[in-house]
Write a protein that binds this ligand. Structure first.
Ligand code: CA
Length: 164
């Protein structure tokens, strides 16, 4: 009898511990729905990448763009996100499918507000470069990146220190 009581107490404690575990404010599905509502259309591939990413990292996606920035015929997903805790600190990274499932590039600072991602062929040869721009209050900035061997390389930036 005592053993049974002890057992149920342990189960209760485990349940309580499970419930107090921090729950992300928005699930992957909710975030994808939010992006869709804001006009960002995601392919099946992008939804899969984002779901893998969000299940691994508890972040809030601000915006994203699908584009082949590695010239391998497959789209990567360029993502700007904040952390769930620090909503005013933005990060940029690129997600891609690899043999292990999800590949995430190096993570770089991104503008705090009004983030926009566009692709542009800067030098007339592959791979395609991309530009992120945004602001923080009265300050605005932009940066041009290229992805080489899975690493994001800053080609040029202006005003980023004031808006990241
Ligand atoms: Ca690619």
């Amino acid at each position: 009898m005592i053993k049974q009581i002890l057992c149920s107490m342990v189960v209760c404690l485990l349940l309580i511990a499970g419930c107090t575990k921090e729950i992300p404010e928005q699930t992957a599905q909710e975030q994808i729905q939010r992006l869709n509502k804001s006009g960002i259309v995601l392919s099946e591939n992008a939804v899969e990448l984002l779901t893998l990413f969000l299940n691994k990292y508890p972040v809030l996606i601000q915006t994203c763009l699908e584009a082949d920035i590695t010239s391998d015929g497959q789209n990567e997903l360029i993502v700007i996100h904040s952390s769930q805790e620090e909503k005013n600190k933005m990060s940029l990274c690129v997600l891609k499918q690899d043999n292990a499932g999800l590949f995430r590039s190096n993570v770089l600072p991104a503008p705090v507000e009004n983030q926009k991602i566009t692709t542009r062929d800067i030098d007339g040869k592959p791979p395609l470069e991309f530009i992120i721009m945004g602001s923080k209050g009265i300050y605005s900035g932009f940066a041009i990146y290229r992805m080489l061997d899975g690493v994001l390389i800053n080609i040029f930036d202006d005003g980023m220190d004031d808006c990241c």
